[in-house]
Design a protein. Structure first.
Length: 254
């Protein structure tokens, strides 16, 4: 396997994280209120709690149906509704996303999916364990070094923002899956950050820049974890920068 393919596989493998169900953590009423409000401004602490609450509900599984890879991502949205994102990936990189929430189902065609990455996920003997699954801080210290893997960028326009205000993380994650081709777990994580920004600032446009790094131990260059650096820039209708939100999250990729 080429080095680039190996890194892409590790990048995606670390996203198959199964965590506790939401019933083990009480839902904050403010989140449900915010999900149906187009004007309510939420506090910084509520933004952080929103992301953490959604992250605790994410479950991802993979299977092979003939030559098609099936990825199923489940989580509980900020309005308390259960969401299922069912993605199929064919050998030519095409596929379909079927997403269900509140007994309503939508479909989107997919292109440019990495069949090799999803095949490796589906044939992996066991899903990786999280090493803290940290959200909110970078991995720092002289004992670690960051090795750059890739940059991704995506723009959320005003039309999409209006949809996110109504649809919550389900809509945000679906947009990121179709636009950035992200595997399910990271699409939900970044999507929850996006929702928190939308509810806090009511922007006209959000630009998402993501940098992915492998974190290695400095003393022997052995692998430790993957670290995602996300910066979300919010702009008003005049193109002025309103808010910059930085987030970091880590997960083991091998």
């Amino acid at each position: 396997m080429k080095d680039v393919s190996r890194r892409e596989f590790l990048k995606t493998l670390c996203l198959g994280i199964t965590v506790a169900a939401l019933q083990n953590l009480p839902m904050t009423t403010a989140f449900a209120d915010s999900a149906i409000s187009k004007t309510k401004i939420i506090s910084k602490s509520d933004r952080e709690n929103l992301v953490a609450t959604v992250a605790r509900t994410v479950q991802v599984s993979y299977k092979i149906d003939k030559n098609t890879i099936i990825e199923v991502t489940r989580f509980t949205d900020i309005d308390g509704q259960n969401v299922t994102l069912n993605r199929s990936v064919k050998e030519d990189g095409t596929g379909e996303l079927v997403y269900t929430k509140a007994q309503k189902t939508k479909k989107s065609k997919l292109t440019n999916q990495s069949y090799d990455v999803f095949l490796k996920l589906a044939t992996s003997k066991s899903m990786p364990q999280t090493r803290g699954a940290n959200v909110g801080s970078d991995v720092t210290g002289s004992q670690y070094k960051h090795i750059f893997v890739s940059n991704l960028s995506y723009t959320i326009d005003n039309t999409a923002i209006a949809q996110i205000k109504i649809g919550g993380v389900e809509t945000a994650a679906s947009l990121l899956i179709t636009g950035l081709h992200l595997p399910g777990s990271t699409a939900v994580t970044v999507g929850s950050f996006l929702v928190s920004v939308v509810l806090a600032t009511s922007p006209s446009k959000v630009v998402i820049n993501q940098s992915l790094y492998e974190v290695h131990f400095a003393y022997d260059n052995s692998y430790y974890t993957h670290c995602y650096h996300d910066i979300l820039y919010s702009y008003d209708s005049g193109g002025h920068l309103m808010d910059t939100t930085k987030s970091y999250h880590q997960a083991v990729g091998g």
